[in-house]
Design a protein around this ligand. Structure first.
Ligand SMILES: Cc1cc2nc3c(=O)[nH]c(=O)nc-3n(C[C@H](O)[C@H](O)[C@H](O)COP(=O)(O)OP(=O)(O)OC[C@H]3O[C@@H](n4cnc5c(N)ncnc54)[C@H](O)[C@@H]3O)c2cc1C
Ligand SMILES: NC(=O)c1ccc[n+]([C@@H]2O[C@H](COP(=O)([O-])OP(=O)(O)OC[C@H]3O[C@@H](n4cnc5c(N)ncnc54)[C@H](OP(=O)(O)O)[C@@H]3O)[C@@H](O)[C@H]2O)c1
Length: 434
């Protein structure tokens, strides 16, 4: 039973067609503040520079120009980017589904009383829907596989799709292996099971909405209020089926050259966060950010540098940074060394995980510096952690517990309360993602 019915249109004037706007028709043609998630600002890219010195990975320093947007931000905020899917991939989708991507259509909710009339802005073309509105690169959920099983005459493929959709241990195992572990997207499923031929409008109904990507802002408005910088690692990997996959947003941003006036601009909006420097600049700060976790701290350090220049008493500013190799992915090395030289950074601790036989991570250096960490905590210092949510933030938290237990002469329970209190008072903040 479908939730949306297909309506095709052959005579809609072009100004009535959605061309990628997330909500309001024409919002990308006539830009009006305030800019937010439903009304993003079209920013041009003024800088797109590689931060890795060598190696096969890429980390981009990108600057967006937000002049005229009236967008305000603080160091520690996030900027969201609405990406566009790869156009060759969209063409491949169209070919596989044997569809005319130029066809204008609407998907209308069959329940006329429902508040959500369409799954994404309609009327639009299939090409626009696949480029801007639909997530065509993530793994399909089990309910989608179940729906696909209706579109094959091949008994084996039908049973295979249906079995992956079953909530039994065998079904879950099959789904985890064939879809998740092999990172098969919907297109990969259709390529690997050629007997399955769903109509494009149903595929558009089944695919999830393409989401905006968030980035920690890596600049300070005190340096330039109309420039927002991000520090983004290019996502690239090969799946077990041998397919080369690229992250939607990062591969799209990678190709954007500042000099090219013909490049479409980037739809962005700023999301305020709680990740903030102490209100009083004299309070010491300890920042822990390996890899792209350094991003918000670049903004924080720029902020502190400006406060010093303004003659304010600025407290100690300590950074723990980690990367794989000193001569490869030590991002912003020159800037960090300059901050150290001019006294903005009072300590810089670097963990180069792969430059010696055993791994050295930020939390190992934090443990080495336990006396210093405790001294700064006793001075009322704030702790910030940014980057990998899966392991690093947890490991850092463990070391902080150990430091508080040892130096504060506390039980584990008391140490947890101490750190909990720090969190609730905004003295221990995390900006982490996985
Ligand atoms: C609050 C917040 C702040 C963030 N800040 C930053 C930041 O400062 N810098 C930054 O670079 N990113 C940051 N991110 C992550 C960012 O939002 C995007 O998720 C990231 O850039 C990838 O987007 P993409 O569209 O390029 O990749 P997608 O197309 O979304 O692909 C990413 C997906 O690919 C899969 N994948 C990735 N690597 C592999 C692999 N090796 N093997 C198999 N599958 C894999 C995973 O499923 C992953 O979720 C932040 C996220 C949040 C929520
Ligand atoms: N959602 C996304 O698509 C997305 C986008 C960007 C980043 N991320 C995730 O965010 C994290 C950071 O990515 P990145 O590319 O910026 O960093 P990175 O270059 O992968 O890692 C930075 C440093 O952190 C080290 N490290 C690994 N595990 C650690 C741990 N448990 N504790 C402390 N340090 C650890 C790494 O060491 P070794 O590698 O030598 O072990 C390396 O020296 C990764 O987990 C990545 O998967 C996700």
């Amino acid at each position: 039973m479908r939730q949306y019915s297909l309506q095709t249109h052959d005579d809609i004037p072009s100004e009535k067609l959605f061309t990628g706007e997330p909500a309001r028709l024409g919002s990308t043609r006539t830009q009006k503040p305030p800019f937010e998630a439903k009304n993003p600002f079209l920013a041009s890219i003024t800088v797109n520079r590689e931060l890795h010195k060598k190696g096969d990975r890429s980390c981009m320093h990108i600057e967006f120009d937000i002049t005229g947007s009236r967008i305000r931000y603080d160091a520690g905020d996030h900027i969201a980017v609405y990406p566009t899917n790869n156009s060759e991939l969209v063409d491949r989708f169209g070919q596989r589904l044997n569809a005319d991507l130029g066809q204008v259509f609407s998907l209308n909710n069959v329940d006329e009383d429902a508040s959500k009339k369409h799954p994404f802005p309609c009327p639009t073309t299939y090409r626009t829907a696949l480029l801007h509105y639909l997530d065509i690169t993530s793994c399909p959920r089990t309910n989608v596989l179940k729906e696909l099983s209706d579109y094959t005459e091949d008994a084996k493929d039908k049973a295979f799709l249906a079995s992956m959709a079953q909530a039994t241990p065998e079904g879950k195992e099959l789904y985890t292996d064939w879809i998740i572990n092999h990172h098969r997207t919907l297109l990969h499923v259709l390529e690997d099971l050629p007997s399955v031929n769903p109509p494009i409008d149903h595929v558009c109904e089944l695919l999830p909405r393409l989401q905006a990507r968030y980035y920690s802002i890596s600049s300070s408005p005190k340096i330039n209020a109309t420039t927002v910088a991000i520090t983004a690692v290019l996502i690239e990997y090969t799946t077990k089926t041998g397919r080369h996959q690229q992250g939607v947003a990062t591969s799209w941003l990678k190709l954007k050259r500042p000099t090219d006036d013909l490049q479409p601009k980037v739809p962005v909006f700023v999301r305020k966060s709680q990740f903030r420097l102490p209100f009083k600049p004299s309070i010491p700060v300890i920042m822990i950010g390996p890899g792209t976790g350094l991003a918000p701290f670049r903004g924080f350090i720029q902020d502190r540098q400006c406060q010093r220049k303004d003659g304010k008493p600025v407290g100690e500013t300590v950074l723990f940074f980690g990367c794989r190799h000193e001569d490869e992915d030590f991002i912003y090395e020159d800037e960090l060394k300059a901050f150290l030289e001019d006294g903005t950074l009072t300590q810089l601790h670097t963990a180069f995980s792969r430059d010696q036989p055993e791994k050295i991570y930020v939390q190992h250096l934090l443990r080495q510096q336990k006396d210093e960490v405790w001294r700064l905590l006793e001075l009322g210092g704030h702790i910030y952690v940014c980057g990998d949510a899966r392991h690093m933030a947890h490991d850092v938290d463990e070391v902080l517990h150990d430091i508080v237990i040892e130096h504060g002469n506390m039980t584990r329970e008391k140490a947890s309360d101490y750190l909990k209190k720090m969190r609730s008072r905004g003295r221990y903040s995390c900006d982490v993602w996985s």
